[in-house]
Ligand binder design. Structure first.
Ligand code: NAD
Length: 262
């Protein structure tokens, strides 16, 4: 069902060449939203991601900003405002994971996870909010995680970054509360994407179990015993961006098969 209030708007979605970000890009484009795709894939993968989203007929471009580089993030926002007239919707989705006990956690992995999963959202929001305030419209959607609300062993950097993203979101929500600008988190449980698939061998290794057992270990956290889908996350993002959701701000929406209900 097309959401009339979204037609013709523009969304910047970080980390949208793959997985959840790509699913959100598809969901927005299906609602008539122009989309800036971003990510670090190969040229062929990036082009394929753009082509799939463009099939809905809206304007879709690719921006190669590396979420480790504040200048590139700010330039992506400025370029979108110049080329499309606005960043109406900002979705911070780029993220990476590393699984290791704290005493062996590589320092460079900690720094990278905090930079990509948390600090990049600070930079993109910082760059996008002035334009949103000028136009008195904005939707900021940060893709956090059940790990913004719960911890798991061996994920120190990821859990710290996602808890931080929840705090950042609430702060921005308060700063923008009197305008038509909202900031919310979506917190998925396990969704079957390359990010989850890549954890399986590490979990199997650290727990000395088979890869099949590692998959079941992940689903053990999720009372539904099912992985979520990128389409489910996309549908929630579309709702949070719509006019109907203007009173929802500073919230953290779990979409996790019951994980955080326990
Ligand atoms: P994914 O690996 O499929 O996609 C990650 C995206 O981030 C890709 O487009 C990748 O190119 C991009 N990216 C990585 N490093 C980047 C960088 N330095 N600069 C720009 N882009 C970069 O992963 P996913 O599972 O779709 O995860 C997307 C987000 O959802 C992440 O923030 C993740 O923490 C969150 N999340 C995922 C799950 C899950 O179960 N898959 C659950 C909760 C939260």
């Amino acid at each position: 069902m097309a959401t009339a209030s979204l037609k013709g708007k523009t969304a910047v979605i970080t980390g949208s060449t793959s997985g959840i970000g790509h699913g959100i890009a598809m969901a927005f484009a299906a609602e008539g939203v122009n989309v800036v795709i971003n990510g670090l894939g190969s040229a062929a993968d990036n082009a394929a991601a753009v082509e799939q989203v463009a099939k809905f007929g809206t304007k879709v471009t690719f921006d190669p900003a590396n979420m480790l580089k504040p200048d590139e993030i700010a330039n992506m926002v400025a370029k979108t405002e110049k080329d499309f007239g606005a960043v109406d919707i900002l979705v911070n989705c780029a993220g990476i994971q590393h699984v290791s006990p704290i005493e062996n956690f590589p320092i460079e992995k900690w720094d990278m996870i905090i930079a990509i999963n948390l600090t990049s959202a600070f930079h993109s929001i910082r760059a996008a909010v002035p334009g949103m305030k000028k136009r008195n419209f904005g939707r900021i959607i940060n893709i956090a995680s059940a790990h913004s609300l719960r911890a798991s062993p061996n994920k120190a950097a990821y859990v710290a970054a996602k808890h931080g993203l929840d705090g950042l979101t609430k702060t921005v929500a308060l700063e923008c509360a009197q305008m038509q600008i909202t900031a919310n988190c979506i917190s998925p449980g396990f969704v079957w994407t390359p990010l989850v698939e890549k954890q399986i061998p590490d979990i199997a290794k650290t727990q000395n179990i088979t890869e099949e057992a590692a998959k079941n270990f992940l689903l053990g956290k999720q009372p539904s015993k099912r992985f979520g889908t990128v389409e489910q996350i996309g549908a929630l993002a579309v709702f949070l961006a719509s006019d109907a959701a203007v009173a929802i701000t500073g919230s953290n929406y779990s979409i996790d098969g019951g994980w955080t209900a326990e």
